[in-house]
Ligand binder design. Structure first.
Ligand SMILES: [Zn+2]
Length: 223
């Protein structure tokens, strides 16, 4: 059990470096968490600690109500939102939050990113939706994430006037969704500067998404 938690502490710590590498965060904003499989526990970044100071040892272990189980620091101020998602989405193993620039610019307008690129159809299978305006301090951010993504293919939601939350089967998948979300938000924004991006037919979005989610990539070697 503690081996699993130690591995997740390392993974969650390392994945925060990816947020920096891809330019998704400034100062101490942004956070990654992972569910501890089979336990009502999660591992998340400490609050207000510089990215350069993050270590596996200062990641925080919390229960799914956001209470600290093990850790010297306070957990991320977004812990309640992450915990709410894990409580209501048993299929989710990782959650990421950023204020990445282009995606947050769409969030500031309260406008979904339309699905006008094949890469978006692959990864998101639909527009990237907008969730409600919600203030930190209770369950309203978590509830907004869960209600907006319920029945939606997109693993990313733009919380209105705030930023991005992404979910995944594990923390790495949620980080990938955050990186891809910013990439397509930027490209569609640039496209908008010169005209109106062309829509992709729903049937083609469906085909692209199915292929990417089920066929693309390296297959496990045959036994
Ligand atoms: Zn935020």
């Amino acid at each position: 059990m503690s081996d699993t938690i130690d591995a997740l502490r390392r993974q969650v710590c390392d994945l925060h470096r990816e947020l920096v590498r891809y330019g998704l965060v400034v100062w101490t904003a942004g956070n990654v968490s992972a569910r501890v499989p089979g336990q009502d526990l999660l591992v998340i970044k400490p609050s207000g600690v510089d990215y350069d100071e993050l270590t596996p040892g200062n990641m925080i272990l919390c229960d799914l109500d956001g209470n600290v189980v093990e850790g010297r620091h306070a957990p991320s101020s977004d812990t309640a939102a992450h915990a709410y998602v894990y409580r209501h989405r048993p299929d989710v193993g990782g959650v990421v939050h950023t204020h990445s620039t282009y995606a947050s610019a769409w969030a500031a307008r309260g406008e979904p990113v339309p699905c006008v690129l094949t890469a978006m159809a692959d990864e998101f299978g639909a527009e990237i939706p907008v969730g409600p305006f919600a203030l930190i301090g209770d369950d309203s951010i978590g509830r907004g994430i869960v209600e907006t993504l319920d029945g939606h293919r997109s693993p990313a939601v733009l919380m209105k006037s705030h930023g991005v939350f992404t979910i995944g089967k594990d923390a790495r998948a949620a980080v990938k969704a955050a990186v891809m979300c910013e990439d397509v938000a930027r490209t569609v924004h640039v496209s908008r500067q010169l005209g109106e991006p062309l829509p992709i037919a729903q049937a083609d979005i469906d085909r692209l998404n199915f292929r990417y989610q089920n066929v693309y990539g390296q297959r496990p070697a045959a036994q």
